[in-house]
Design a protein around this ligand. Structure first.
Ligand code: E4P
Length: 222
């Protein structure tokens, strides 16, 4: 399973990249705004910076909602770097844009997926990724993981090449469940990835190893 980090924060992206397990980055307009990145030039510069840090897919979301504008914006984003994946919302206009980009060989990530039907339409239009939002479904008492499993089954039935990118991942158990189900990719905050490293028995085991090593060294010195 590929690990993407869902952020526009350069320090977090650098830290994840340095861990050596980062496969890509996803962003969205809210995440860009959170970092104070506003205005077209600043946005474009920021995407370039992200692409310089991570050698993997970087999803850059269009702000437009009309087909013609999405095309223009997406073309400009795709020109920034070969790793840019144009992120397009799941709307009728968005589906048309995904079809356009797919015919042009530009990769897309269809975002804001909340049902299997939406994922199926995006795959038929040629999306490279679909992003079902697991955490936001859980927030409204609907099993987000059930949707991931459903989409995996449907794509498997017909051999769609579209990758299932489990988005809105909130913590380590979401990541484990995604891996069990076989999602192609997951995207979440750095904290969710780092939480995978922790176990109290690892901490106490390491403390004991260090203490025993120290004790043995002291007795040899005596
Ligand atoms: C998807 O790519 C979105 O950027 C993201 O995963 C949304 O996550 P959130 O529900 O935690 O905002």
């Amino acid at each position: 399973m590929k690990f993407f980090i869902d952020t526009a924060n350069l320090a977090d992206i650098r830290e994840a990249q340095e861990m050596g397990i980062l496969d890509g980055v996803t962003t969205n307009p809210s995440l860009m705004a959170k970092e104070g990145i506003t205005g077209k030039d600043a946005v474009m510069r920021h995407y370039k910076e992200i692409c310089e840090i991570v050698k993997g897919d970087v999803s850059a979301e269009v702000i437009s909602v009309k087909y013609e504008e999405m095309i223009k914006e997406g073309d400009e984003l795709a020109e920034l770097d070969e790793n840019i994946v144009v992120k397009i919302p799941m709307t009728a206009e968005g589906i048309k844009a995904i079809k356009y980009f797919s015919e042009k060989g530009i990769r897309t990530n269809c975002t804001l997926i909340f049902s299997a039907g939406q994922a199926l339409v995006a795959a038929k239009a040629g999306a490279s990724f679909v992003s079902p939002f697991v955490g936001r479904l859980d927030d409204i008492s609907t099993d987000g993981m059930e949707l991931i499993a459903q989409i995996m089954t449907i794509f498997g039935n017909y051999g769609f090449e579209t990758e299932v990118l489990a988005a809105s991942v909130r913590g380590p158990m979401h990541i484990i469940r995604c891996a069990e189900i076989g999602a192609d990719v997951m995207t979440g905050p750095l904290s969710a990835i780092k939480a995978l490293l922790n176990h109290p028995l690892t901490d106490s085991g390491l403390a004991k190893f260090m203490a025993d090593h120290e004790k043995a060294n002291l007795s040899v010195k005596k």
